[in-house]
Design a protein around this ligand. Structure first.
Ligand code: NAD
Ligand code: GLY
Length: 373
């Protein structure tokens, strides 16, 4: 459900999860506005979790806004990058919380992209068995996906996001102004997760994206506001039905089975998550076509959108000798796999998705076709 406060241009999308419900605020200049924190739980301290890049840009602005609500505002700066989404970085959060004698009412603030958000959420889920946290996503990808829905995790060398928890934030603040400093490559990565929502849930959103992709690439504020809002609405609708992914939530992983294999196989950080998802969605579309669920025209349509968004279409070779086996081995570690059987999100038909297995020979043909397009 979306609403707009009468006194502002801020739009709100609500995540309806009973006593764990919360709002996603979408608008300009939200991060530095103390009013956005005024009704959060009272606590002696707040801990901002961020990285050096984002701290330099927005750390002081957030800290100053929080000072009117929290007597002590601390900051912990984690190393920047997907390759640091691990136990060592997670421990830096716990070290900072304990060193500053943060108690169980302390509110954590995730200021950054999905890497910071996923680790802060996991820390919040486990510090003193759970403290409140707020997502302040600063990448497009984090605003349209990772900050919403309560999935938190770190990576393991053998598999992406393998250790984590479902833990919902108190609030998500999507400040569209911060997208102005995002590098182009990161903007494209965010577009991948936006593109995802069309094929799985809303054909008309896919039409809109085809018509408005250039405006998004030019960072048109109105286009960005609509894309973030519609993405959050779709994600809220899915998560509201299936918070812990026992069913429909799996469709949000369209492109991720192939994508996670690319990320883990290339080494975390070599391909951005959004790049791997963009390429992975085209691979999953090819698989859907090979299974007779969509036609080739849909594959071409999606590939065009991915290409226009500035995302890679040619999948990487993960092993010169046994490439298909390497992909299959990595995909068997995917969280959707059951007893070693790989599950894929397929489009069936456009605007709907389902989860199913596929014969290895068909998957192998998709991998071979995708690695040499
Ligand atoms: P990221 O967190 O690594 O951020 C990308 C880069 O942009 C970083 O270098 C960061 O410092 C920089 N940055 C962030 N905000 C900026 C700004 N406003 N201006 C300039 N630079 C800025 O990457 P991401 O794409 O945001 O997130 C990817 C992660 O999200 C992956 O680990 C992925 O697994 C996770 N994810 C989680 C979920 C979920 O549901 N929890 C969903 C999708 C993705
Ligand atoms: N990004 C997938 C999910 O939140 O379920």
């Amino acid at each position: 459900m979306t609403s707009q406060h009468p006194d502002s241009q801020t739009q709100w999308v609500n995540i309806d999860l009973g006593d764990r419900s919360y709002g996603i605020a979408i608008g300009a200049n939200l991060l530095g506005d103390a009013a956005n924190y005024a009704d959060l739980p009272r606590a002696a301290s707040a801990m901002i979790v961020t990285n050096p890049t984002v701290a330099a840009l927005y750390g002081d602005r957030l800290a100053n806004a929080l000072k009117s609500r929290f007597p002590s505002v601390h900051t912990v700066v984690l190393p920047d990058g997907e390759s640091y989404k691990n136990w060592e970085s997670l421990n830096l959060i716990f070290d900072a919380l304990l060193a500053n004698r943060c108690d169980r009412s302390t509110v954590l603030f995730a200021l950054g992209g999905g890497v910071v958000g996923d680790m802060t959420g996991f820390a919040a889920a486990s510090y003193m068995r759970g403290v409140p946290f707020v997502q302040v996503p600063t990448t497009l990808l984090a605003q349209v996906d990772s900050s919403v829905g309560g999935k938190t995790a770190i990576n393991h060398p053998m598999g992406k996001n393998m250790i984590g928890a479902f833990y919902q934030p108190q609030r998500v603040l999507c400040d569209l102004e911060v997208l102005k400093t995002l590098p182009d490559r990161e903007l494209s990565a965010g577009l991948a997760e936006i593109i995802k929502y069309g094929p799985i849930a809303d054909v008309s959103f896919m039409d809109w994206l085809e018509a408005n992709l250039d405006a998004l690439l030019a960072r048109d504020p109105g286009a960005l506001a609509f894309a973030v809002r519609r993405s959050c609405e779709i994600k809220a609708w899915v998560v509201g039905q299936d918070e812990r992914e026992s069913g429909v939530r799996a469709i949000l992983n369209f492109g991720h089975t192939f994508g996670h294999a690319i990320e883990a196989g290339m080494g975390y950080g070599a391909w951005l998550h959004g790049e791997a998802v963009g390429c992975g969605m085209v691979m999953a579309a090819r698989l859907s076509a090979a299974l007779g669920l969509v036609d080739q025209a849909f594959v071409e349509r999606l590939a065009q959108l991915v290409l226009r968004a500035g995302l890679p279409l040619v999948a990487p070779v993960l092993d010169e000798q046994n490439n298909v086996d390497r992909y299959l081995a990595l995909m068997r570690v995917d969280k959707k796999a059951e007893a070693g059987e790989i599950k894929f999100v397929v489009i069936d038909p456009i605007g709907h998705a389902s989860v199913r297995s596929a014969p290895d020979a068909i998957v192998a043909a998709v991998i071979n076709a995708s690695c040499r397009v």
